[in-house]
Write a protein of this length. Structure first.
Length: 182
């Protein structure tokens, strides 16, 4: 068959293949061409290419090989300082009692300097009870200030109170009173 577009040229269909030249008249196996031996180079190159693409993708997704700077964890905040203990009540009560005791002590200083032997018994008992109240005020005031000191660590100026307490205690003992130990 001729190709209609190109006259004189054979078409696509050429018919059945011709048997190879050989012995005429011998019918045998049909002609089969031998397959070409397989070359492993394309398979090796394809595998290497695929591996390179996978490695390239891995490197690109992991940041291009550059390591991100390691962020150090911020140091923990310093431990909070202990909250100051509220000792204002102890301070207030202690100073109030000590000041009251000191003011009462100063109000009876003139009586304390008088001669006890010339003093009537009623005045001695009155002085003794006043001294006892003063000593109780100093004792309670010092106890509150001591508690405030233990809790807060603050010191208090108690020099005047201690001097007045010592003089009052000495005079109280002279009047025959016994000091209570707490």
């Amino acid at each position: 068959m001729n190709n209609p577009r190109f006259p004189g040229r054979p078409g696509l269909s050429r018919g059945a293949p011709q048997p190879p030249p050989g012995r005429p008249g011998r019918a045998g196996r049909p002609f089969r061409p031998t397959p070409a031996s397989m070359n492993p180079l394309p398979i090796i190159l394809g595998t290497v290419g695929v591996l390179l693409v996978v490695i390239l993708i891995f490197v690109m997704t992991s940041g291009g090989g550059e390591k991100a700077p390691v962020k150090e964890a911020p140091p923990p905040p310093p431990p909070a300082a202990p909250k100051p203990v509220d000792v204002s009540g102890h301070e207030r009560d202690g100073l109030k009692a000590c000041n009251e005791g000191l003011s009462k002590f100063r109000s009876i200083e003139s009586k304390m300097s008088a001669d006890l032997s010339a003093m009537p018994e009623a005045d001695r008992e009155k002085l003794k009870s006043e001294l006892q109240k003063i000593l109780e005020l100093f004792r309670d005031g010092m106890a509150n200030l001591n508690t405030a000191n233990e809790k807060s660590g603050r010191g208090y100026d108690v020099k005047d109170y201690m001097q007045a307490r010592k003089l009052a205690a000495d005079k109280f003992k002279q009047l025959g009173g016994k000091l209570e130990q707490h």
